[in-house]
Ligand binder design. Structure first.
Ligand code: COA
Length: 226
């Protein structure tokens, strides 16, 4: 029997949104995006990180809300290099404090290696500078169309800002993502490392993918969960 349609709305999260929304985004990041280095810095750091993202004019943070509860989110930036440059200028001290306390707690140097690899792997000129930076859905509501709706809303945001294509990276442990992006029209363009994990870099074309999604999702539901 087909799953019943899942009811939620997709909205942008601005910097003045309630603290519990950023807290929930941070929790989802920490539990669902463990392949990346930011997840290692804890929920408090991540909540502050996403409030920064919500404030940054070159970024977008969209959440799926079920009532007042965040059940998924996606973030993106129009230029990943410029975003990290701004972030390090404005929040570099906080990041350094988190890194030092992480290292002093006797854990591995892997976040440092990951950050270096992540930033140097961006020195490629053939990839779009726009990037889907995070996408996660609450495990209790996965496979119900929430991820597709978030992805479509981010595509629409990029498209409306004149962006034709964006990149996204998925580690080999993120099996759902490795199916999810190609099914949305993304093309595998490179392999890289996320920490110690082999990862795939995809390019997602907004215009073509929008047409593909227009075939999947009734027009009235685009941008909100079916
Ligand atoms: C990837 C993710 C965001 C998808 O969200 P979702 O709400 O479950 O996805 P949807 O229900 O909208 O879309 C389902 C589609 O995704 C793919 N997919 C999702 N989970 C899958 C799985 N476990 N195995 C294979 N394909 C999967 C399929 O293409 C599926 O389409 P189908 O149902 O028609 O077969 C979600 O699985 C998640 O949060 N994963 C953990 C975090 C993560 O890996 N994020 C991506 C980082 S790059």
């Amino acid at each position: 029997m087909p799953a019943p349609p899942y009811s939620c709305t997709i909205v942008p999260l601005g910097p003045a949104a309630p603290a519990h929304h950023f807290q929930r985004v941070a929790q989802l990041h920490e539990t669902e995006l463990q392949a990346g280095f930011l997840a290692k810095f804890g929920v408090a750091f991540l909540a502050d990180f996403y409030r920064y993202v919500a404030r940054d004019s070159g970024c977008i943070l969209l959440v799926a809300l079920e009532g007042d509860k965040v059940i998924g989110f996606v973030s993106g930036t129009d230029d990943i290099g410029k975003f990290y440059h701004r972030f390090i200028l404005r929040r570099g001290l906080k990041l350094a404090v988190r890194l030092v306390s992480y290292l002093l707690s006797g854990r591995s140097l892997s976040p440092l290696v990951s950050i270096r690899r992540y930033l140097t792997s961006r020195n490629t000129t053939h990839l779009p500078v726009s990037e889907l930076t995070s996408l996660a859905v609450d495990p209790a509501t996965q496979r119900k169309g929430v991820g597709k709706a978030l992805f479509a809303a981010l595509q629409e945001h990029f498209r409306s800002h004149g962006i034709e294509a964006f990149q996204v990276t998925a580690a080999k442990t993120q099996l759902a993502a490795l199916h999810f992006y190609p099914a949305r029209g993304a093309k595998l363009v490179a392999k890289t490392q996320l920490g110690s994990l082999e990862s795939s870099v995809f390019v997602c074309p907004t215009a073509r993918a929008m047409r593909q999604i227009a075939g999947d999702v009734p027009p009235g539901l685009r941008g909100s969960c079916p």
